[in-house]
Design a protein around this ligand. Structure first.
Ligand code: GZL
Length: 307
């Protein structure tokens, strides 16, 4: 029965045991931890061998890890680039070694897109637009809206794109102004530190905080409370990721909205790797589906959140 045979063959191809090298950015945020867990579980559950490297948010560690995967002749490399530039050489080395590279979560700013099979990740510009549109709906009629911005890691795709999308929307509203903007490197600690500086320099004139991830927003909330203001009331708080910490802050009435950036794409990534190895056509860009959540939804949704 050829159909069974064909079926068997397809099964056979996708269940071939692969050795997969995964170069992860680091463990800087709740989002990142959830993403690592999703990727590790998906790779091992599918019966493949995982070689994992945590770069501690350092580009040189990612380059070292990719070179090590090449030397070990892995079957595929999955890579979430900490920044958009500076990886051309090592990706060319992977191509020369005939090892396919799959971009996860973040992309690279490289002309030659033959250096990777596909980029599976969120549309960060759209996430920025969603934040901007929510703010316009919320405060668009106010005379003057002073916004401070906690940017993500300098040079990273999410930081560049979330800024771009947000400014695309608020740029049409002259009553909105970003008065201070600095990187908090996607961490709670740095987010708190930079928010303290924002408050010290102009604390009585801050209406909104736009944080490129929830971890920095949560750090900033602590700084706002220590400064003597009420987060989500005196200063409107916008985060990105929709991690559990954000739902807890919103349920406590300390945060207004979080734009979802879904880290749980491990199974989708494994499917793409297996499909490629089975000779199937893979689109150059695969987007991750995601939404946004506000304070009034937090209590009910918190128990359902997986990360
Ligand atoms: C987004 C991801 C970002 C998260 C941060 O896909 O690259 O990095 O928004 C994480 O929490 O540090």
């Amino acid at each position: 029965d050829t159909s069974a045979e064909t079926e068997g063959d397809t099964e056979e191809a996708s269940s071939e045991k692969l050795v997969i090298g995964f170069s992860q950015v680091g463990a800087e945020s709740e989002w990142r931890t959830a993403n690592t867990e999703s990727m590790k579980a998906a790779i091992t559950d599918a019966g493949h061998e995982l070689k994992f490297s945590d770069a501690q948010q350092k580009q040189e560690n990612q380059i070292k890890a990719i070179r090590s995967f090449i030397a070990q002749k892995v079957d595929a490399i999955v890579f979430s680039p900490v920044v958009e530039t500076g990886f051309e050489t090592v990706l060319q080395e992977a191509k020369d070694a005939d090892i396919p590279v799959f971009l996860a979560d973040r992309s690279v700013d490289i002309e030659d897109d033959s250096l990777w099979v596909t980029f599976l990740g969120s549309d960060f510009v759209e996430e920025g637009r969603k934040a901007g549109n929510w703010l316009v709906d919320e405060l668009g009629d106010e005379d003057e809206v002073n916004i401070v911005e906690l940017q993500g890691t300098v040079g990273s795709a999410p930081a560049i794109d979330r800024k771009e999308g947000f400014e695309e929307i608020i740029g049409d509203h002259s009553n909105f102004e970003i008065t201070q903007s600095q990187s908090g490197d996607f961490t709670r600690a740095k987010g708190k530190e930079v928010m303290e500086a924002f408050l010290k320099s102009d604390g009585d004139n801050i209406d909104v905080l736009y944080a490129h991830n929830d971890d920095m927003a949560i750090g900033a909330i602590q700084a706002i409370e220590e400064y003597g203001l009420k987060p989500a009331e005196d200063i409107t708080i916008i985060g990105v990721d929709a991690v559990k910490g954000a739902f807890e802050a919103m349920a406590a009435g300390k945060m207004n909205v979080t734009i979802e950036c879904n880290p749980l794409f491990g199974p989708q990534m494994v499917d793409l790797i297996e499909a490629y190895k089975a000779g199937e056509e893979i689109p150059k860009r695969v987007a991750v589906e995601e939404s946004m959540y506000t304070m009034d939804q937090a209590e009910e949704l918190l128990p359902t959140r997986q990360y």
